[in-house]
Design a protein. Structure first.
Length: 86
């Protein structure tokens, strides 16, 4: 399953985030969502198969805010720093 992160943007449309495999392996989908979704915006992690492949009307896509239940964007747009052993 290929995962995507979706959230409702400020114009009422849908933003789809397609994380890079490198960062998925290193940080995981939740950390990417926390970092890349704007602070406080609710998001949902979905299977890419459920996202339309025809991008012709991409600006008209909508999402029911009630399904955006997987979390909300964090205040920081950086990945958590790994602790370095002293």
């Amino acid at each position: 399953m290929t995962l995507r992160i979706i959230f409702q943007n400020d114009t009422g449309g849908v933003t789809v985030i397609a994380p890079a495999t490198k960062y998925l392996k290193q940080y995981g989908i939740e950390a990417i969502a926390q970092k890349d979704v704007p602070a406080g915006k609710p998001y949902k992690i979905v299977d890419a198969a459920g996202i339309p492949t025809d991008r012709t009307f991409r600006d008209a896509w909508e999402v029911d805010p009630a399904i955006l239940t997987d979390g909300a964007g964090a205040d920081s747009n950086e990945f958590p720093q790994e602790e370095v052993a002293a």
